[in-house]
Design a protein around this ligand. Structure first.
Ligand code: ME8
Length: 556
């Protein structure tokens, strides 16, 4: 599915976008990825969160006129899939089909706009992985050797002696016992790329984000890199290892699931039509899989002579009541709960909570119903929702639902809103360019809050009591409604449904299903598009107030 906006001119689309001043960033294309999720788990809030971040960035970039490719999918060749399928009396692919379907369904329900959904069991992926690994073998970057290390079965990765010791020979992620394992394996010469990687990280401050995560990687790199296994099978675990992509030229081994998985980012766009999307602009992941993305993946790419992604952004975790969400605690925010929130408050409300309160930084975020209600009421019901209805109601009361005429001078000091709108558009764009979604949304919401403040300061509802003031009242309301329009455009990547409804009430272009508009964002954010006499209709309340006394959605 190719996206619209192809060929939208550079300067046109992003006249104010700071991204444009950086020639290293492709002005036209934008490629964003999420991790591909293990099909052993059912989707939960963590998977939805990473994919939501990507969806929001993708929508914003499309609206800005970029030609976006947004990829998500499932990682299916894990040993656990084979063993779990056997327990369930299914073949691995039957089990994978079932669970990949659950991810697709969950993402479709949440309205995510991914351009593709890769399953690593598809031949388009497997064929290319075989080709990449064959190239690495032929050029001597992959060799046959023996490996002995501490195997974390729950994470399907080896830990170095130092790491294993540090964590008391337990998995740092799940706490399960590590097992000493020796296997004959194919290895990737990771150590060969250490200096180049270090140089790259130091020369490209935006490569690993946020800063805390970069420092973590740099710290670990001080121990030095060892070659890493890229195959399975030498340990005699035939059954599980048989579920995987064969090692080229050696039927006894299959390619290690992590190597197979990382290649998805490249394999999906390694076609004639999509090649130009590479390198990815951002791989959105969480901190659990940072090492693979910030160290192993770039080194594999260097070995293949490919360009490196521009940014690996590793967010933190959603936790629940201070505790990690896990199967054993059974405290996941699962799809049933997510659906229940969406049914009661709307999908946009859940998007807003996750986007503004989520763990984008270096610390984990607690998912809490009380916080959800607080944020919903403050930002949506009493925020943009209330500002919009206040303004629209006054336009109905005093101007018969027709947009009043604009004052003549938008640089007039007594008119703070045109300048606020310009600043908001600039800040939203600057923040999105830095993957600072929270910053972007707070700048956009700040504009609608400024409308409230302006109404309280200028009191049009009082002025309107004297017919002699009606021109002034009209001027005030014009600035308000025009600001609300621009805020709605800027917030539409986060709140596509509700902002679409609000723009519709103002007779304005609404975002299409993929988040783009008929015109690029900078045009839509130009002051003065609403014209005197344009009909402004009253709609249903956008965000009815939430009552925290109601039981939590989905609670049983
Ligand atoms: O690691 N909070 O897959 P996975 C926030 N297949 N995000 C969370 C989360 C939480 N509590 N839990 C999970 C894998 N995530 C590999 C990836 S990529 C080439 C291969 C999200 O199913 C977050 O993005 O375990 C995390 O990195 C990812 O799910 C792990 O998904």
């Amino acid at each position: 599915m190719e996206r619209r906006w192809q060929g939208v001119g550079r300067g046109v689309a992003l006249a104010y976008n700071p991204l444009m001043s950086d020639p290293a960033i492709s002005p036209d294309r934008f490629y964003v990825t999420t991790p591909i999720y293990y099909v052993n788990d059912r989707p939960h809030v963590g998977h939805c969160y990473s994919t939501l971040l990507a969806d929001t960035v993708a929508r914003f970039m499309r609206a800005s006129g970029r030609d976006v490719f947004f990829l998500t999918g499932t990682d299916e060749h894990s040993e656990r899939v084979a063993s779990r399928a056997a327990e369930e009396g299914m073949t691995p692919i039957q089990w994978a089909d079932r669970n990949a379907g659950l991810f697709k369904e969950a993402f479709a329900k949440l309205g995510f706009t991914n351009d593709d959904f890769i399953r690593t069991t598809e031949s388009r992926h497997k064929d290319l992985v075989t080709r990449y690994v064959r190239t690495l073998l032929e050029q001597g970057d992959v060799y046959l050797g023996e490996y002995s290390g501490w195997w974390d079965h729950s994470q399907e990765e080896y830990l170095t002696e130092t790491m294993a010791r540090e964590h008391g020979f337990k998995s740092p992620v799940t706490g399960k016992d590590l097992v000493k394992r020796t296997e004959k394996n194919y290895f990737f010469r990771l150590a060969r790329y250490q200096d180049r990687l270090l140089r790259h990280i130091n020369e490209n401050p935006g490569f690993i984000r946020p800063e805390a995560r970069k420092n973590e990687v740099l710290g670990r790199l001080r121990d030095g890199l060892q070659d890493v296994p890229v195959s399975r099978g030498g340990a005699g675990d035939g059954g599980a290892a048989a579920w995987g992509i064969r090692m080229p030229g050696d039927e006894g081994h299959s390619i290690y699931v992590w190597i197979d998985a990382l290649f998805n980012y490249l394999s999906v766009v390694d076609t004639r039509e999509r090649r130009a999307y590479w390198p990815a602009d951002v791989h959105l992941i969480a901190k659990d899989i940072l090492w693979f993305h910030a160290v192993i993946w770039p080194c594999l790419l260097m070995a293949l002579g490919e360009e490196l992604p521009k940014c690996v952004y590793a967010h933190s975790f959603w936790i629940r009541e201070g505790r990690k969400m896990s199967k054993s605690l059974g405290n996941f925010i699962d799809m049933e709960t997510i659906d229940a929130y969406c049914d009661r408050y709307g999908t946009d409300a859940l998007r807003w909570y996750l986007l503004t309160q989520g763990p984008m930084g270096a610390t984990d975020a607690d998912f809490s119903y009380a916080k959800f209600v607080e944020v919903y009421n403050a930002d949506l019901a009493n925020g943009i929702g209330n500002a919009a209805s206040r303004v629209i109601n006054m336009i109905h009361k005093y101007f018969d639902g027709k947009c009043p005429s604009a004052p003549s001078d938008s640089d007039d000091n007594a008119r703070p809103l045109p300048g606020r709108a310009r600043d908001a558009a600039f800040r939203v764009s600057a923040c999105m360019g830095e993957n600072d979604i929270g910053g972007a949304l707070s700048a956009a919401l700040g504009l609608s809050n400024a409308v409230d403040v302006f109404i309280n300061d200028t009191t049009p509802f009082k002025l309107a009591k004297d017919p002699a003031n009606m021109e002034r009242v009209g001027h005030i309301l014009y600035d308000c409604v025009e600001s609300i329009r621009i805020a709605a455009v800027l917030l539409s990547c986060a709140l596509p449904e509700k902002m679409g409804a609000l723009l519709g009430m103002m007779g304005q272009p609404v975002p299409m299903d993929d988040g783009s508009f008929e015109e690029p964002l900078d045009k839509l954010c130009e002051w003065g598009r609403l014209k005197a006499g344009d009909a402004v209709t009253k709609g249903e309340g956008l965000f009815p107030r939430a009552d925290g006394a109601d039981p939590e959605p989905g609670s049983r």
